[in-house]
Design a protein around this ligand. Structure first.
Ligand code: SAM
Length: 221
């Protein structure tokens, strides 16, 4: 458990990011909540879509897609500890009937019934059959995803929040998006305008994408 030692490394370095060691997936970053609000406001449809939560951390975006009846949701994080200890348990807790029961207190000695009727949830094997979990660096993971998605399956929707903080990763991130996104697919990316101390941000990433593609990607603010 916690074989990568990222919890102690993060605590001892007083940092949420240790480049190449721990990339921040143990906490939920603010833009995830902004993107989830956007899903509701813009009524983004996940039904029957194939979705990738790239740099998923706790996996809230992928969980929203699962709850929105996506056909498949794949989760990727740099750190295996995050996938094993945070993402996967979070999917089980939020999307399966077993997890919902535990969350609603039915298995405890709670007296009050939940105020809202819980949404219909699936058994864990049904939900987990729609999910896959990957860890590792983007350039390696994209090859793994391409090779393991047989027949070669690209994503209708790629969700990614707070993943453009480090310009050193832009090339790998760009190539991953380009290789994995379906021709008619969409990337929903949430980010801070600028990441002080690391250097990345929306404008720098937009510029990078434009230079690499010269018009083949379209972006909306
Ligand atoms: C700041 S965290 C954001 C986590 C989550 N999306 C959120 O908003 O709460 C950045 C995430 O991007 C992923 N990531 C960053 N750089 C990466 C790289 N070079 N290769 C693979 N994953 C990377 C990490 O897995 C990490 O969880």
């Amino acid at each position: 458990m916690f074989g990568e030692g990222i919890v102690s490394k993060s605590v001892s370095s007083h940092s949420d990011l240790i480049p190449g060691v721990y990339e921040g997936g143990l906490k939920i970053w603010e833009c995830t909540f902004d993107l989830m609000d956007y899903f509701s406001e813009a009524e983004i449809e996940f039904t029957n879509k194939t979705v990738l939560d790239l740099g998923c951390g706790a996996g809230l975006l992928g969980i929203a897609a699962l709850q929105g009846k996506a056909a498949r949701v794949h989760f990727q994080d740099y750190n295996s500890t995050v996938i094993d200890e945070i993402t996967l348990p979070n999917v089980v807790a939020n999307c399966t009937s077993e997890g919902r029961r535990m969350g609603s207190g039915k298995d405890r000695k709670a007296s009050k019934p939940p105020s809202k009727r819980p949404r219909k949830a699936e058994g864990s094997s049904d939900v987990l059959n729609r999910c896959r979990f990957f860890s590792g660096e983007w350039s390696q993971v994209s090859q793994l995803l391409l090779n393991s998605n047989k027949p070669c399956l690209k994503y209708d929707i790629i969700l990614t929040s707070e993943t453009i903080y480090n310009p050193d990763y832009y090339s790998a991130l760009h190539d991953t998006l380009a290789q994995l996104l379906d021709r008619n697919g969409r990337v929903y990316l949430a980010s801070k305008v600028h990441y002080f101390g690391v250097g990345g941000g929306v404008y720098l990433f937009e510029k990078f994408i434009e230079e690499r593609n010269r018009g083949s990607f379209s972006s909306e603010a």
